[in-house]
Design a protein around this ligand. Structure first.
Ligand SMILES: O=P(O)(O)O[C@H]1O[C@H](CO)[C@@H](O)[C@H]1O
Ligand SMILES: O=c1cc[nH]c(=O)[nH]1
Length: 234
């Protein structure tokens, strides 16, 4: 039991999928896992453990933003010795050829600031995905009909952005999409020698204003969850 996760040692699997939304954790656990048991309800940040294709898997909500993700990822790694952490999140597209429903595998996660800034100070650390997971996820994605992109993403501290000039530079420098957690996840994984990846579904488009219709969210998010499960257990 930690400050934020009300689980006992052994309740959480070595592999944890992390959506921002705790209700997405519930949906994914009920949809994809067998014998899923809820191990955490502290602050409503639901966490579940079950099995998928015989592999023990946990799905833990991270909350929105890097400070929240950082709390859960730190406790999962340091107190529950989790080895593989895969973020399954929504993201806003920043390139014309990235469309709603597409999947983005985040090779790197650029950020202006993260909770690790206090440690890294003047160092412009480059948070990057675990190659083994990225490679496996790409191979899995090739067997599916969903269009998948691999490249850099931007982990923002704000959803309601007031810096269109910064977004323009992101787009100009090839950043595929924006979300709010991956850079801190990758930095923590690097610090503690764990495997991390962010598998993202494009839910809206910053250039076109397109938005994923609410009734399609589950079906579109399903591809992302299955890619993450297959990559984690490859
Ligand atoms: O869909 P999730 O995983 O929450 O991810 C994205 O959605 C939230 C913003 O609406 C942020 O957490 C962002 O990273
Ligand atoms: O952080 C996010 C997530 C989805 N869409 C966005 O525009 N930003």
């Amino acid at each position: 039991m930690t400050v934020h996760i009300g689980a006992e040692p052994g309740d959480i699997a070595d592999i944890v999928l992390m959506p921002g939304d705790p209700l997405r954790a519930k949906w994914a656990a009920e949809t994809f896992l067998e014998d899923a048991v809820c191990y955490n309800k502290v602050r409503g940040m639901l966490g579940f453990t079950g099995t998928w294709n015989g592999h023990r898997i946990s799905i833990q909500g991270s909350g929105m933003g890097m400070p929240s993700l950082s709390i859960y990822a730190n406790e999962l790694i340091r107190d529950f010795d989790v080895k593989t952490l895969i973020r399954i999140g929504s993201a806003g597209a920043m390139q014309k050829d990235v469309a709603i429903r597409d999947v983005v595998l985040a090779m790197t996660a650029t950020t202006v600031s993260s909770p690790s800034r206090g440690i890294l100070k003047e160092l412009n650390f480059a948070p990057c995905a675990n190659w083994e997971l990225l490679h496996a996820a790409w191979n899995v994605a090739q067997t599916r009909s969903v269009k998948t992109h691999v490249g850099g993403i931007y982990s923002s501290d704000v959803f309601y952005d007031e810096r269109p000039d910064l977004n323009e530079q992101m787009t100009r420098h090839g950043i595929l999409a924006v979300e709010m957690e991956a850079a801190e996840l990758y930095t923590l994984a690097a610090r503690y020698g764990r495997r991390a990846l962010a598998v993202l579904t494009i839910s809206d488009h910053l250039l076109t204003g397109d938005v994923l219709p609410a009734e399609e969210r589950e079906r579109s998010f399903g591809d992302m969850v299955e890619i993450a499960l297959e990559a984690a257990t490859a």
